[in-house]
Design a protein around this ligand. Structure first.
Ligand code: GDP
Ligand code: IMO
Ligand code: MG
Length: 423
């Protein structure tokens, strides 16, 4: 059986969690392939809102396996908090949650290193979520990391101590003021590690190969968005993993030719949290309206998200890099009431109009070329059929489909599971 892939096409927070939850009933396994607790995936159903950081978004479905893949980095402390919340909600995750032995661990000192690195950058900071993501992936590629499977070995604490000591020397090297009590952080960490050890660790690539042989369907869940990809994003203002389709192959051990559908999720406008270029960013009333109506505040850090018009240049690029086969447009409801909508269809770049994403998209280099669209007044939030969507919205959708040559199969009109229109 093939593997389907679901990933964000912008700068994250497109609504991946919601759509994974909506699609989970069609799958046997939901598998997260990269990122870590920098992610915040929101699910809303039965009047309740749930935010997941490391745990796959299929966890609320009883009979579905949820795998944390080898490409993910796990902070045991945050993971334990997520588990505690699930317990409070009577979610029996013990039978369904599986952890790859090859996933790497975020140590307390990784978080401190993240903070030290950001503080040392001053105005040039990335705007990291400060969850220790960068330093943990650095230790992974530097071949120093500690993996989940190491927790089953006798000597893992010696390995931990060696690495934590090295980190402390590195923190000192930054020579910035950072207040912390490592003893206290370690007590919390080691306690959380015991909780993690009570879960089922597996050789996940073998598990997924067997599942495929047994005709069991798999949905790979991405975190962040394509423009935050370490290779293809707006470097250096990116995260430290491959958020694009290739990341699912390395982050789960599935072969490229076993991937069938690639679901690309995007908002009907654009948001970004943290630093970095954002050609269609708005600093006016329109941007404020998007922020207010869309409740654009980070699910992990609570920071305000920057808002702007839809950027088709960037979206086209993301569709190409990922091989997207189906699109899902989120938060269409937020645009109700705008008289005119703008879509960036090209960039002015060095005196020329271009349609591809150039190396540098800082505002000194590119300025967006917009096409205007008539807005719609109707409240979409209680609509449940594609037939009832306003004509101006259908025009907007059909224009995007035409430009991207990919069908938009889902239009989301509210945060709830039920506020999902299939086309
Ligand atoms: P993710 O990281 O891609 O899973 O997205 P987040 O959960 O960080 O951010 C998406 C936010 O938009 C969450 O607060 C969702 O509840 C909300 N949301 C998702 N889809 C819709 C939608 O169609 N309309 C509205 N108004 N909110 C939505
Ligand atoms: P989900 O999965 C939005 C951003 C941070 C920062 C940059 C690097 O919820 O879509 P990091 O902590 O990885 O070192 O931060 O990436 N970022 C996200 N923005 N959604 C996310 O995840 C993000 N994860 C990281 O704001 O700009
Ligand atoms: Mg999010």
């Amino acid at each position: 059986m093939a593997v389907d892939l679901l990933l964000g096409l912008q700068w994250g927070d497109e609504g991946k969690g919601k759509i994974v939850d909506v699609l989970t009933k069609n799958y046997y396994i939901i598998a997260r392939f990269q990122g870590g607790p920098n992610a915040g995936h929101t699910l809303v159903f039965n009047g309740m809102k749930h935010v997941l950081h490391t745990i796959p978004s299929g966890i609320f479905h009883e009979d579905v396996k949820n795998l944390v893949g080898n490409g993910v980095v796990i902070d045991p402390v945050i993971f334990k908090k997520e588990l505690d919340k699930l317990t409070d909600q009577n979610v029996d995750y013990r039978k369904t949650l599986l952890i790859s032995r090859k996933a790497h661990l975020i140590l307390p000192t990784h978080r401190l290193l993240d903070a030290a690195s950001e503080a040392s950058k001053g105005k040039a900071k990335i705007g990291s979520t400060l969850k220790g993501i960068g330093p943990t992936y650095m230790d992974k590629t530097g071949r120093n990391g500690i993996r989940v499977g190491d927790l089953e070995l006798e000597n893992w604490k010696a390995k931990y101590r060696q690495l934590a000591n090295k980190h402390q020397a590195m923190i000192d090297f930054y020579n910035i003021e950072l207040e912390y009590d490592l003893d206290e952080l370690e007590i919390e960490f080691f306690k959380a590690v015991e909780t993690l050890k009570s879960l089922e660790f597996i050789d996940s690539e073998e598990y997924l190969h067997q599942a495929q042989r047994d005709q069991k369907s798999v949905l790979a869940e991405g975190a962040q968005g394509s423009l935050l990809d370490i290779d293809f994003g707006t470097y250096p203002f990116v995260t430290s993993s491959n958020t694009t389709a290739a990341g699912a192959c390395t982050g789960l051990g599935v072969a490229p030719n076993s991937i069938k559908d690639v679901f690309g999720i995007f908002k009907a406008y654009t948001t970004r949290v943290g630093s970095g270029p954002f050609p269609t960013e708005l600093f006016d009333e329109n941007g404020e309206t998007m922020s207010r109506v869309g409740h654009e505040f980070g699910a992990t850090t609570g920071r305000a998200r920057r808002c702007g018009w839809l950027d088709l240049v960037a979206l086209r690029y993301a569709c190409q890099v990922n091989g997207v086969t189906q699109l899902m447009m989120m938060k269409a409801d937020v645009l109700s009431g705008f008289k005119t909508l703008k879509v960036c269809t090209a960039y002015n770049y060095k005196g020329k109009e271009i349609k591809h994403l150039p190396y540098n998209i800082e505002s000194e280099s590119v300025s967006p070329v917009y096409t205007d669209f008539k807005g719609w007044e109707e409240d979409l939030t209680s609509m449940d059929s594609a037939k009832t969507l306003p004509e101006s919205l259908i025009n907007y959708i059909e224009f995007l489909e035409d430009e991207l040559q990919i069908p938009i199969k889902i239009v989301s009109v509210g945060p709830d599971r039920k506020q999902t229109i299939f086309r």
